[in-house]
Design a protein around this ligand. Structure first.
Ligand code: GLC
Length: 721
């Protein structure tokens, strides 16, 4: 498959040139002045010479057709064999047109729209000169303290796998070589980065092989099976060994067991960080362990450049292993058509036409509408066009609604909530805007202005939340409530005795004490992207009926974390009915249940479930089951319901979760309309990893749950025989 690449390039390359192909440098190393390059890790003086730079294999964080073409041209002029650079960057949820953060997209449960968002992101990135995106991130997350939950699609393995596949398909399409509007996907972070202890970024991860394979690996596997061209290593340890230096994980499982033969790239400086982990004496040993683990690209350190030559000279690394890594990188360049056309899709004129174009922004707005989740509504929303509204809070007039990974997005052009509400309402004068407070500051003057704005209003809408840098990488929080200044503003507004709605802009599930118990309505907007204000205004005024459903639980408080719907029963489960029995699995000061469960979300209409039935009460491996339910829109407004199917294995060789999402359908229903929804249940959906890691089903009793969330379901039982 790569013999021609070996014959044309590798056999003519010096060892230093081969090793330089394994080096990835960040934009500033290409004399990129200014702040439009992406620096996402500890930049350090790498001390490389110009020969090494000219022979480097890839660059991170350069975008812009003109810029890329200039850098590529200069690189080719200096590269002895004319091997082009690979241009990579984090296009996680949009390039210039920023979509809602992935955690919000996870709440849309709309796989097609998610795929379309990735396709648009790829189109804008490719025309701007990029070849690879460091996405999708499919880390399973169960700890809202971790800042990077915003980058995942949530707490469910199956849903994350479905979104991972959709994103890969959107980014890559079906033919990277011919379709220059796509980019290669790099699934990350392999593996189990989301299990960082205490929700503290980069912290220790420790779990059983069975947990790893049952819950944390399937979404990476799904993305790889969907064709992801690259995998990025995670910063954490797995089974006690840093992933980046973990032969068993990276070669044994990823390459040998799963058959992945694409490029593996370290996360930023992760090879060198094997030393800090305490799993390498020095940089040389870190390089030795990483290359033996099948890590092809060293992102932003010189571990490989400085030490692989001597490791080869000492016979500790076989040059063939280096050739293998170089060939995988050259194969990716070939797949992208870079040898025929090193400029690939870069096109300055087309870039002007399509980047941030109206068509793309309309899709972003649609996805923001579908990603927002109505958490509470006691007859306050939707607003009436002629109502006098006071819009108050740090997000009333803020462009900080793009989220952490919005590198080339523009806060300045982000559509703000206040201006949008004034447009959508019957008369702009109906919406009076006041800041009320800062993210974590409350001044007398701001409060006075807010009280003045609220005094003339019929309804108060508070736009509150986290600044975008309070989540994302390095953004872990130990206290996941809103800052006290904002809670104080809520209390002051509540005293006015007027209908009170809250719109939340945040990158994680929050502890909503002081919000959920005080407000009459709560709309979760997450970081909704470039068109966020317009999407939210349409929802607030009822032009759009919210349909988002939580893909991550909102804990009752931070003390409950980790809290997730597909937990194990324990030997002393807390009964549903009240009990004074102390000796059960419970807290003595808070409930066990999250404030808001996985799959939850309200609508401006109501839906009823009826006639739930199974086609049989027994099933075999060759005779699947059908589950049917009729859903009716019993309200007065058209709406979209996400009908969810969960299954519980009542008794396994190992314990099994009390519920597991296995399928879902989105149905759009007009008022009064009914729809029968049919799910097919196959034996393969009942398989799980046993204690010996065998992946099979067990005969026995199963319960099927169908409903509007992981909490609100109807159930029926069947036997697998
Ligand atoms: C960061 C992130 C990773 C990102 C990479 C390049 O440290 O962990 O997700 O893709 O560096 O920016």
């Amino acid at each position: 498959m790569t013999e021609h690449l070996y014959n044309k390039y590798v056999q003519h390359m010096t060892l230093e040139e081969k090793i330089a192909q394994l080096l990835q440098l960040a934009a500033p190393f290409y004399d990129e002045p200014g702040d439009d390059s992406e620096i996402t890790g500890p930049m350090e003086e790498l001390g490389i010479d110009s020969n090494t730079k000219r022979a480097a294999g890839s660059v991170l964080g350069i975008a812009g057709a003109e810029k890329m073409m200039a850098v590529q041209k200069e690189h080719l002029a200096g590269n002895r064999l004319g091997i082009p650079l690979l241009f990579m960057a984090d296009i996680v949820h949009g390039f210039k047109t920023i979509f809602p953060i992935p955690l919000a997209i996870g709440c849309s449960w709309d796989l097609k729209l998610a795929e379309q968002s990735a396709e648009i992101a790829a189109r804008e990135a490719a025309v701007s000169g990029l070849h690879v995106t460091f996405a999708p991130m499919v880390d399973l997350v169960r700890d809202a303290r971790w800042g990077r939950v915003m980058e995942s699609t949530g707490e469910d393995t199956y849903l994350n796998a479905e979104f991972g596949k959709a994103f890969v398909q959107g980014f890559q399409g079906d033919n990277l070589k011919d379709d220059k509007s796509r980019v290669a996907a790099c699934v990350k972070h392999f593996a189990a980065y989301g299990l960082a202890e205490g929700g503290r970024d980069y912290n220790t991860v420790d779990l059983s092989e069975r947990q790893l394979r049952e819950y944390y690996l399937p979404a990476y596997k799904a993305a790889i099976d969907a064709g992801a061209e690259m995998v990025m290593t995670s910063f954490n340890i797995v089974n006690g060994i840093p992933a980046t230096a973990n032969q068993r994980l990276m070669r044994g499982l990823l390459r040998d067991e799963w058959g992945f033969d694409g490029v593996v790239i370290s996360d930023w400086a992760a090879i060198k960080e094997v030393i800090a982990h305490g799993a390498a004496e020095d940089d040389k040993e870190a390089a030795f362990k990483a290359i033996h683990s099948g890590v092809d690209i060293d992102m932003m350190t010189t571990s490989y450049v400085n030490h692989l030559p001597e490791l080869v000279a000492e016979g500790l690394v076989d040059e063939a292993m280096i050739d293998e890594a170089v060939l995988r990188i050259l194969k990716l360049k070939e797949k992208l058509g870079l040898f025929e056309n090193p400029m690939r899709g870069a096109d300055p004129e087309l870039e002007q036409q399509i980047v941030f174009c109206q068509e793309h922004r309309q899709v972003s707005q649609r996805l923001a509408e579908k990603s927002s989740v109505l958490l509470k509504n006691e007859n306050v929303l939707p607003l009436q066009a002629d109502q006098r509204v006071a819009l108050i809070g740090p997000f009333a007039d803020s462009g900080d609604i793009l989220g952490w990974w919005s590198w080339t997005g523009s806060k300045e052009t982000a559509v703000k909530l206040g201006e949008s509400m004034q447009k959508v309402s019957g008369d702009p004068g109906n919406v009076v805007i006041a800041k009320g407070c800062g993210i974590d500051t409350l001044s007398e003057s701001d409060l006075a202005e807010a009280l003045d704005a609220a005094s003339a209003a019929e309804v108060i809408v508070l736009a509150l939340g986290e600044a975008s840098d309070m989540s994302g990488e390095g953004g872990s929080r130990s206290d996941i409530r809103l800052p006290e200044a904002q809670l104080e503003l809520v209390r002051e507004m509540k005293k006015l005795g007027k209908p009170l709605a809250v719109v939340l802009f945040n990158g994680r599930p929050l502890d909503l004490h002081g919000i959920f118990d005080v407000a009459d309505a709560v709309l979760e907007a997450w970081f909704p992207g470039s068109e966020g204000g317009a999407a939210l205004a349409d929802i607030l005024y009822g032009k759009v009926n919210p349909s988002g459903r939580l893909s991550m639980s909102f804990p009752y408080s931070v003390g409950q974390i980790p809290v997730y719907y597909n937990a194990y029963s324990t030997g002393r489960p807390k009964p549903e009915e009240e009990t004074d029995n102390r000796y059960i699995s419970q807290y003595i000061d808070i409930p066990n249940e999250p404030l808001l469960p996985f799959g939850f979300g309200l609508s401006y209409t109501t839906f009823a479930y009826a006639d739930f039935s199974l086609s049989s009460d027994t099933m075999t491996a060759t005779r699947p089951l059908e589950a049917k339910v009729t859903v009716t829109n019993t309200g007065s407004q058209a709406g979209t319901e996400t009908v969810q199917l969960y299954i519980r294995d009542m008794s396994g060789e190992t314990v099994r979760p009390v519920k597991e999402l296995k399928d879902f359908r989105q149905v759009q229903l007009s008022p009064g309309e009914s729809r029968e929804v049919v799910f097919h249940i196959e034996e393969s959906q009942l398989c799980y990893h046993h204690s010996d890691l065998s992946y099979t089903s067990d005969p026995g009793r199963f319960t099927v749950y169908v409903g509007a969330s992981s909490r609100d379901t109807q159930s029926a039982m069947f036997r697998l025989v």
